[in-house]
Design a protein. Structure first.
Length: 134
């Protein structure tokens, strides 16, 4: 995709602070700098989101995310948050599949939390709606 900001970063058309690269995956610091070390892990080929990503590419991105997370832990971070957003309604701002890695320290002040939208539905009714069939 020619106007995708992540594709431009991967091609070197836009500068970044690269953390990791292999033949299929590219990882760089998020410019928001909200959590020091916040890293984005992206496939080099353009894929719009997790739902449309083929299994091989998805696995490569996730394996690279694990490798990067382990590296951060080996550097002395005490934990990591790993997340992805799928589709705009979930907060995906760039339509190129990516995984966020947030290196963490105890009491670092960062908060990654979900706030309950509603307690109106029971877990039973939610499970019934979402249950997958064999």
């Amino acid at each position: 995709m020619t106007d995708c900001i992540f594709c431009k970063i991967i091609k070197g058309e836009i500068g970044c602070f690269k953390i990791y690269e292999d033949s299929d995956v590219f990882a760089f610091l998020d410019i928001e700098n909200d959590v020091p070390g916040h890293t984005l892990v992206v496939p080099k080929k353009h894929v719009s989101d997790m739902d449309t990503c083929d299994e091989k590419t998805f696995n490569k991105v996730m394996l690279a995310s694990k490798k990067i997370s382990s590296h951060f832990l080996n550097l002395g971070y005490e934990g990591v948050n790993v997340a992805t957003n799928c589709k705009e309604a979930s907060g995906q701002a760039v339509p190129h599949f990516h995984v966020h890695i947030f290196p963490r320290m105890h009491n670092d002040g960062a908060k990654l939390e979900m706030r309950p939208a509603s307690k109106k539905q029971t877990l039973e009714s939610v499970a019934k709606k979402l249950r997958m069939q064999d």
